[in-house]
Design a protein around this ligand. Structure first.
Ligand code: B12
Ligand code: SF4
Length: 495
């Protein structure tokens, strides 16, 4: 008996004070629902039974699975883009199984809890981390609002095996994700990450969200990728070079991680960086990064004075982005630049959104010319205002009209700001063609002429698919084109 208690302690197994319950976890969309995999792990740790569903399957099939498994709870962790589908599903599931209780958590819930509370079919809302919430859910009456407690990253391990097996579309997804910590040091006005920092305070944020996980835990997580079809792994930290300036602890961590990744996993990887950390990173960290990844993604968004103030990114300018690109490419790392167009005119900062978007694209052309050809690639997003963010609040306050066509799907080119129809068309076309404008270094006249054309459904689809293929080729080489049709089949590609 004593041995088994010791064993349990060593395995960090927590016993629930309740009988095991049945929980259904609902995946939605084309990408790994990373946060929900941590919820799955917490449930398994408490000895509950789980079942994953692919929420994009036909509703009749899903209802049948709900009936057969008969769960006590159904869990959703939607981003804003997936919220509508979550509500459709929960409505239908509750009609199929009257005793079913729903639990909602994740970023969208965190951003606008008061709005979410109005939905009748939502029984429990979890605000923040899943930790220390499971027993509270079981013990509390419906319509309870529960705040989770943060835990140290060494206690956070996602349960992916059941997920990949039961949602084969995700098991077979060519790209998998991994994170070494779960926070971000910036405060972009279009992002909801800062809400967590505000709610738990900067000290807790640094301690829990910005501390890195033990490397062994990440390697254990990634060993599973080797058993499923995986072509590449996205190192999803917002900034993989965080804390790698001269003398900082991050350099040692990155070197060690790279060494073990190459030895034990060796799948192609790409990562996110910001210009600020690249220019300050130690050479050792850059050398390790170059060993780990072939490409990085760099959020440039915009670097023109006024529009970058709107985004709260005015600490970075074009010169810094160019310097960062040069440093990275000199280390042999290719750079994907990410920019945002379709900005609102608040406080007179962006009087002409089309000209602002042309200037942003021209900036990317200038940046690309500064480094050897083929070493950069640009992705252009329409501005999507996620509810609860600083910029969303600002737009509401300033009476900026919002577009109902925006479903937070960036391939669709539908942004949040409702301009006049001609401007809407031009912004949408810009997001669909910007990659090409930059790759082929087109002049302003060509750009302005092409964003004026009326795309039909087929051309719109082909342009978005071409951009997506371009991103895969940039990272994985031209050969991936042979598998592209197969990759598209596994996706519900929205364009
Ligand atoms: C990793 C990541 C991704 C990954 C995985 C996304 C996913 N669906 O899980 C990828 C690369 C696929 C991705 C894509 C996108 N992302 Co993203 N991404 C992130 C990132 C960097 C980290 C999120 C994360 O996994 N954290 C680690 C986990 C452990 O934390 P967590 O998700 O908060 O989960 C914890 C709790 O919230 C809670 N929890 C979560 N779900 C549930 C459910 C229940 C029932 C319970 C009880 C608890 C619970 O428990 C977890 C453990 O404590 C954040 C930025 C950031 N730094 O937070 C943006 C972020 C989540 N992404 C965002 C966006 C906008 C997107 C895209 C829409 C971008 C785009 N336009 O294409 C796409 C959407 C694709 C999709 N359909 O999933 C926004 C979301 C805004 C919003 N309100 O929706 C964020 C916040 C960044 C931002 N700009 O504001 N993203
Ligand atoms: S860098 Fe990314 S995660 Fe961090 S605040 Fe900006 S958009 Fe959000």
């Amino acid at each position: 008996m004593i041995i088994s208690i010791k064993k349990e302690k060593a395995l960090n197994v927590k016993k629930s004070t309740h009988n095991a319950k049945k929980w259904c976890l609902v995946h939605i969309g084309n990408d790994i629902t990373y946060g929900l995999a941590f919820v799955a792990a917490e449930l398994l740790k408490h000895k509950h039974k789980i079942m994953w569903l692919d929420g994009d399957d036909k509703i009749d099939e899903l209802n049948k699975k709900i009936k057969d498994f008969s769960p006590d709870y159904v869990c959703f962790g939607p981003l804003s883009t997936e919220f509508k589908r979550s509500l459709e599903l929960v409505d239908s599931f509750k009609k199929t199984l009257h005793s079913l209780k729903s639990v909602f958590g994740g970023k969208h819930v965190l951003s606008i809890p008061d709005e979410i509370k109005k939905n009748e079919n939502i029984d429990y809302l979890v605000w923040g981390p899943v930790y220390e919430t499971i027993d509270k859910i079981i013990n509390s009456p419906p319509k309870t609002y529960i705040k989770g407690s943060p835990t140290f990253p060494h206690n956070m391990q996602p349960a992916l095996k059941e997920y990949f097996e039961q949602v084969p579309r995700m098991g077979k997804r060519e790209r998998k994700y991994i994170m070494s910590h779960f926070g971000c040091v910036y405060n972009c006005s279009f992002c909801c990450t800062s809400l967590t920092r505000q709610s738990y305070g900067p000290k807790a944020y640094t301690e829990y969200w910005l501390a890195r996980r033990p490397i062994k835990n990440m390697i254990d997580e990634a060993k599973l990728f080797l058993k499923f079809y995986t072509k590449e792994v996205s190192f999803e930290d917002d900034d993989v070079l965080y804390d790698t300036h001269e003398g900082a602890e991050g350099t040692r961590w990155l070197k060690k991680f790279t060494e073990l990744w190459k030895k034990e996993i060796n799948l192609p990887m790409f990562a996110n960086v910001t210009p600020q950390t690249v220019v300050n990173a130690s050479n050792e960290a850059l050398v390790a990064l170059a060993d780990l990844v072939e490409t990085v993604q760099m959020g440039v968004q915009t670097t023109q004075g006024d529009s970058s103030r709107l985004f709260n990114r005015h600490f970075q300018d074009e010169a810094q982005v160019i310097e960062a690109c040069k440093i990275l490419t000199e280390h042999g790392i290719k750079v994907k630049l990410e920019v945002i167009v379709g900005l609102p005119n608040i406080d007179g900062l962006v009087p002409d959104p089309v000209t602002d978007s042309v200037r942003t694209i021209q900036m990317c052309q200038r940046i690309s010319r500064e480094v050897p050809s083929g070493m950069t690639w640009t992705s252009c997003f329409p501005l999507m205002l996620y509810p609860g963010t600083v910029l969303w609040k600002k737009c509401i306050k300033a009476g900026v009209p919002l577009s109902e066509a925006c479903e937070f799907e960036w391939h669709s080119g539908e942004g949040s700001i409702k301009f006049d129809p001609l401007t809407m068309k031009r912004i949408k076309n810009m997001t669909k063609m910007a990659t090409m404008f930059i790759k082929y270094d087109m002049s302003e006249r060509w750009i302005r002429a092409l964003i004026d054309v009326d795309l039909n459904d087929s051309s719109s689809k082909q342009l978005s698919e071409s951009q997506y293929l371009e991103s895969l080729k940039f990272r994985l080489g031209n050969k991936i084109e042979e598998e592209f049709d197969e990759i598209l089949k596994g996706m519900n590609f929205k364009y």
